[in-house]
Design a protein around this ligand. Sequence first.
Ligand SMILES: Cc1cc2nc3c(=O)[nH]c(=O)nc-3n(C[C@H](O)[C@H](O)[C@H](O)COP(=O)(O)OP(=O)(O)OC[C@H]3O[C@@H](n4cnc5c(N)ncnc54)[C@H](O)[C@@H]3O)c2cc1C
Length: 395
Amino acid sequence: MTGEPKRTVLIVGASIAGPALAYWLHRSGFAVTVVEKAGAPRAGGYPIDVRGTAIEVVRRMGILPRLRAAHVDMRLCTFLDADGSEVTSLAPHAVAGSVEGQDLEVRRGDLTASLHGLVRDDVEFLFGNSVATLDQTRQGVDVTFRDGRQRTFDLVVGADGMHSQTRRSLFGPEEQFHRHLGYGIAIFTMPNTRGLSHEFLVWNTPGRAAGLYAVGDSPELHAFLHFHQPEPPTRALRDPAAQRELIASVYAGAGWEVPGIIEAMRDAEDLFFDTAGQIRMPHWSSDRVALVGDAAYAPSFLTGQGSSLALVGAYMLAHALATHDDHTAAYAACERALRPFVAANQSLVDNGGAALFPITAQALEQRNAALRALAALPAAPVRPAHSALALPEMP
Ligand SMILES: Cc1cc2nc3c(=O)[nH]c(=O)nc-3n(C[C@H](O)[C@H](O)[C@H](O)COP(=O)(O)OP(=O)(O)OC[C@H]3O[C@@H](n4cnc5c(N)ncnc54)[C@H](O)[C@@H]3O)c2cc1C
């Protein structure tokens, strides 16, 4: 014990990047507070991937066995054409470029719960609250919370996701950093009336995809609709009724089971609607405030790498802060080490994701041919970007 006061950090957001950063910073001797606008760790949710370098992060955190037990074990991915006939069926890891037997797919809620469980006794959590104002001074960051309380922290880190309020208050409107990838997406749950199990069905016509995702033998399916939108649908992004109308009009006249999926979407209470996009910023920090995970460098769900970047980014930021007394030097060191990894993963969809979700009939034919060829390979190729960073040892 040196008797020196601990450096204090406020982390905004308790999903994946937030609690992962909290864990590593607490271990490195920081006094950590996490503020989350939801009333509790958010449960449930769609399956997400943890791959490559991120597997090493969760191994070092000691939660790899728990996550392996929570592995979703998707066994089959079947692509369907306009009338629902089968194009090809293949192993999901082949489509995603994951390493079978090593990479993981877990429910988002399971990952968040595991991370929260690791730190809940060591870190202060403020649920049902958020940051109203941030004022940086020479001594620290003066924070006013939504509930009116005021506190000062040495550092603040925004782990508040793709539409980060921390980023907006520090760097300005999201539009400057948002790269629209040309698609809209809707996700919701619906009853598993077909008895699907451990499988994923994807229906396509040019510019439109509809998927049914069966996690284990769950009585509920994750339905997803993914459709070409050259410009962000500004009104629909703000208005749930407009979202439903937009989706219904895009899928009008579609075959297979799409009419039933659209009906279910109209009734769904958990409809999630957004555009496929990335966050690309020239810098991830400003003086004492930094960003981590989707807030700083969302790669888009089209890469399936958002959670992995959040975990690896949290580790690298904590490592930099643990090895530098000066926060400015730490943030710069983190950016230097992490940027190539982020860039490699963001560029997995440099063609806008059209490889998996083509928008012309010809491109769809080419994709189908590529998938059939992939299904015929003895071993599917993995994506080097997933493992393109060697983690330093935490001091
Ligand atoms: C539809 C969809 C499908 C996806 N599929 C995959 C996939 O297959 N594989 C994959 O790896 N990734 C996937 N992702 C991405 C993945 O969920 C994210 O990349 C990952 O969760 C990033 O974690 P994060 O902690 O940075 O941000 P988030 O998970 O977005 O968490 C942000 C947290 O901050 C909180 N928050 C927001 N604003 C405030 C505020 N003002 N004050 C306090 N708290 C706040 C939120 O409530 C939330 O808990 C998908 C994302 C979406 C939207």
